[in-house]
Design a protein around this ligand. Structure first.
Ligand code: SF4
Length: 160
């Protein structure tokens, strides 16, 4: 009973929802409106972007309330959130992950490293940016992009 009382007294801890962003441009995004299942792929990041993604799905930014849910298998996923420059070792796993996702599907490149290799450009183990390996539909800039940007991009897809 004390737990129930505490829950009632605390109320909602999430931030108030910001205004709804404009819908995403790719046609697949319109077909995915409502809710999306999201698979994260770290293709070689420093983990900074992963921390922001974790915050985006945490209790404060709470991406799930806009219809985005993390899943463990690409076979269940509509959206791939890809971080980091793509290392040589991760190029083929990334291709296979995206190929395993059912259509319609979207690939979001998260962070400057995913967009243009960022700090790691020219590194020996770097294959290239995400778009050099798989087609990219949406881009989220920043090093790292804050949770609010990640949530806004997901909301642009779900339309909520
Ligand atoms: S964009 Fe910045 S935070 Fe993200 S993986 Fe690259 S260096 Fe790390």
């Amino acid at each position: 009973m004390s737990l129930l009382r505490k829950i009632r007294e605390t109320g909602r801890v999430a931030e108030d929802a910001p205004p709804r962003p404009a819908p995403a441009a790719p046609p697949a995004a319109r077909r995915l409106a409502g809710s999306v299942q999201v698979r994260c792929v770290d293709a070689g990041s420093c983990n900074g972007c992963e921390i922001e993604i974790a915050a985006a799905f945490g209790p404060v930014y709470d991406a799930e309330r806009y219809g985005a849910r993390l899943v463990a298998s690409p076979r269940h996923a509509d959206v791939a959130l890809v971080t980091g420059p793509v290392t040589r070792n991760m190029a083929e796993p990334l291709r296979r992950t995206v190929a395993a996702m059912p259509r319609p599907r979207l690939v979001m490149a998260v962070g400057d490293c995913a967009l243009n290799c960022g700090e790691f450009a020219g590194g020996h183990g770097v294959e290239g940016a995400v778009t050099d390996v798989v087609p990219v539909d949406l881009r989220i800039e920043g090093c790292p992009p804050g949770p609010e940007r990640i949530v806004a991009a997901l909301r642009a897809v779900t339309g909520r």
